[in-house]
Design a protein around this ligand. Structure first.
Ligand code: NAP
Ligand code: GLV
Length: 313
């Protein structure tokens, strides 16, 4: 039995090493032809080449190297085996750090003070209290719930929006299309942690931006997107920033990655760009989780964190 590690966009060697260290007895190959006739039972992937997994007749499950699985489901010839995504404290903690960092920077006027420093201007800005700010989290899943708890510790009011009704301690929750309007109208800082699905593609567009609360204690609404680039209409975001309908944005994900040099987002004074780095998938932390799942599956146990293909996440 062999495990295929198939990634696009980065060198797989750190992942190969971590998977190997987690289970040295396993044969892990980065190309199916290296399996030497052994059947490939499991695939561990990030943006696998379309059609590749359909060529593996013994495949029993596909493991994503991240929390998101849009990169797997984009393959139209995907075999009908379970797809497992990453749910791990390490990933969750990294994402919450990013969310707290970006929320605090916008809230504590990071951009304005960086500009003032460049011009040696000593001027104290009006600063509301955290309890006066509502952070609205779109996507109240594993990552959204953790970020919500950490923002609450800092004193922010937190609300959340999900597909189905949810109850989360201390969080005002909204669900579905009926809940979206009131959720947006109450959010001073909007944090997007949604998966990219047929329903969510392009959701951060003109309509959503027009429904955001305008008179926030910060002087305007703020957007933080660490979900997926496909959720956002970048032209609509730029227009909202240019017309002061959106005060600032932190964007970690983009429609095209790497973000093309000609994108205005790179140099827009109100935009903070990170290169899809909000929550790194750390091979040393995550490879043992994947290998434990494979071992459990071989013992006949059920897989955890299996994706609902119909819902797309
Ligand atoms: P998750 O646990 O599956 O949570 C997804 C949340 O989104 C759930 O609350 C779900 O609602 C909600 N949702 C899905 N479709 C929706 C819709 N049509 N309308 C309203 N709400 C909807 O996922 P997660 O582990 O929190 O991860 C979320 C995403 O973060 C990933 O899919 C990935 O794209 C992104 N991510 C990015 C990075 C990065 O570095 N930038 C790193 C990790 C993950 P229900 O609760 O009702 O199901
Ligand atoms: C990263 O983008 C992930 O989906 O974990």
């Amino acid at each position: 039995m062999a495990i295929l590690l198939s990634v696009t966009g980065f060198d797989p060697s750190r992942w190969w090493q971590a998977l190997h260290e987690a289970a040295p007895e396993r044969r892990i190959v980065v190309d199916a032809s290296e399996a030497g006739g052994e059947p490939i039972d499991y695939a561990v992937v990030w943006k696998q080449p379309p059609g590749l997994l359909a060529t593996l007749p013994e495949l029993k499950a596909i493991f994503s190297l991240g929390a998101g699985v849009d990169h797997i489901l984009a393959d139209r010839q995907l075999p009908a085996v379970p797809i497992v995504r990453i749910v791990a404290d390490d990933l969750k903690e990294r994402m919450s750090e990013y969310v707290v960092w970006r929320v605090l920077d916008h809230f504590r006027r990071g951009r304005a003070y960086r500009q003032q420093q460049a011009q040696k201007i000593w001027h104290e800005r009006m600063q509301p209290a955290a309890r006066e700010i509502t952070v609205g989290i779109m996507g109240l899943g594993v990552l959204g719930i953790d970020a919500a708890a950490k923002l609450q510790v800092l004193g922010f009011r937190v609300s959340g929006w999900s597909r189905g009704e949810k109850r989360v301690d201390g969080v005002e929750t909204f669900a579905g299309s009926a809940g979206l309007g009131p959720f947006l109208a109450a959010s001073d800082i909007l944090v997007v942690l949604l998966p990219l699905t047929a329903d969510t593609r392009g959701i951060i567009g003109e309509d959503l931006l027009a429904r955001l609360k305008r008179d926030t204690p910060l002087g305007g609404p703020v957007l933080v997107n660490a979900g997926r680039g496909g959720l956002q209409d970048e032209t609509a975001i730029l227009a909202a920033l240019d017309e002061d309908r959106l005060m600032e944005a932190s964007l970690d994900v983009f429609n095209v990655e790497p973000l093309p040099a000609e994108s205005r987002l790179w140099s827009h004074p109100k935009v903070f760009v990170t290169p899809h780095a909000a929550a790194l998938s750390d091979p040393d932390a995550l490879a043992p989780i994947i290998m434990r799942q494979i071992a459990a599956h071989e013992r006949g146990e059920l897989l955890d964190n299996v994706v609902d293909r119909q819902a797309g996440y």
